[in-house]
Design a protein around this ligand. Structure first.
Ligand SMILES: [Zn+2]
Ligand SMILES: [Zn+2]
Length: 344
């Protein structure tokens, strides 16, 4: 049954689900119609497998803005030292760049890639087969042109089957809708797999299914390979960018991921967004995660609600003005009088 469905490639039948492009020869039509990068939000085409590429969307105002996180728990810092510095009355500070965490954001995509890569490496390294750690392999599975009109889900199903045939045990899959040449990018869907197994009968698989499986070399590190693959992968709101299959799927392998570093190195409290209220000019360098120690009196926890872009001084002035006028109102018009007015 399964064999038969894959065999469609050789049967000359038109592929199913042509994404509404009837009358256009499958494969060729997509290539001719969409050379270069697609604008975001072409919803009619988003239903096809030509997903947007990482970083090709729009940034938000707060994307990439630097700020300081820190801990002002001076009680907890009493009698402690950090790298030989007495922490009495000191604040622990860390520089952070604001990120919207969206892979399509042209400013923040690299952060997204970094975080996804970390998790992927942890998951791959957690896999053990009969007590042994295996060496990861990197293979590319290319979709045959006659299947270019298939939906992403159908393509992926075929790729899973092809991988099973060549005895890939499991791993992660990253989808690339495009390839690049000197003229730009063109639709050429393929899947990158980083996983485990022994690739056998790749040639026979190609003869049967048309899906080309190529074993490509790993970069120097697992992280380097995955980071590179994620840097130009296809992004869809409906599908995860990294999917796990076989022995490494979520149902089969449970991994406890390391928490991101966001606590005070002195007392272990959670770091919070801070505002500088000192008088001397301050220029902390914009280096992600860089740590500083400063007098705690020169800092306050950010009083603004999350996401507010109002200047801190303006915010504090406005809040104290509102509070004062509220008190004034209470002084001028005590509650008793209001009842009196109501009688008229
Ligand atoms: Zn962003
Ligand atoms: Zn602390």
């Amino acid at each position: 049954m399964r064999k038969h469905r894959l065999g469609e490639w050789g049967s000359g039948l038109p592929p199913r689900g042509n994404g509404g492009h009837s009358g256009v020869p499958p494969g060729k039509g997509i290539l001719e119609r969409h050379k270069g990068m697609l604008p975001i939000g072409q919803s009619s085409f988003m239903e096809s497998s030509d997903f947007s590429i990482v970083g090709s969307g729009n940034a938000q105002n707060s994307c990439g803005v630097w700020f300081t996180k820190g801990c002002l728990n001076v009680e907890g810092h009493r009698g402690m030292t950090l790298d030989g510095v007495d922490m009495e009355g000191k604040a622990f500070l860390r520089r952070v760049q604001n990120s919207c965490d969206r892979p399509l954001c042209p400013t923040c995509w690299e952060k997204w890639v970094g975080r996804e890569t970390k998790r992927a490496v942890q998951r791959l390294e957690a896999f053990v087969l009969k007590g042994r750690h295996l060496k990861a392999i990197h293979v590319v599975v290319s979709v045959p042109k006659v299947h270019y009109g298939l939906s992403f889900v159908e393509m992926r199903k075929n790729v899973y089957r092809a991988l099973k045939r060549v005895r890939c045990v499991g791993g992660l899959m990253i989808y690339h809708p495009r390839r690049w040449n000197f003229q730009g990018s063109y639709f050429s869907p393929h899947f990158h797999v980083v996983g485990y197994g022994w690739i056998v009968d790749a040639r026979a698989n190609f003869m049967n299914t048309g899906y080309v499986i190529r074993n490509v070399g790993k970069r120097k590190t697992l992280g380097g390979t995955i980071r590179y693959l994620l840097s130009h992968c296809g992004i869809s709101a409906k599908h995860h960018s990294v999917t796990w299959f076989g022995a490494l799927s979520y149902g089969k392998l449970h991994v406890v991921y390391e928490k991101e570093h966001c606590t005070c190195s002195v007392c272990g409290n959670k770091l919070r967004r801070l505002c500088y209220v000192g008088t001397a000019p301050l220029n902390l360098p914009d280096v992600e995660g860089a740590v500083f120690i400063d007098d705690a009196v020169r800092w306050i926890y950010d009083p603004r609600p999350p996401g507010s872009s109002e200047d801190v001084e303006v915010y504090l002035d406005r809040i104290s003005y509102l509070e004062e006028s509220r008190l004034d109102r209470q002084r001028c018009f005590p509650r008793k009088k209001r009842a009196f007015w109501g009688d008229h």
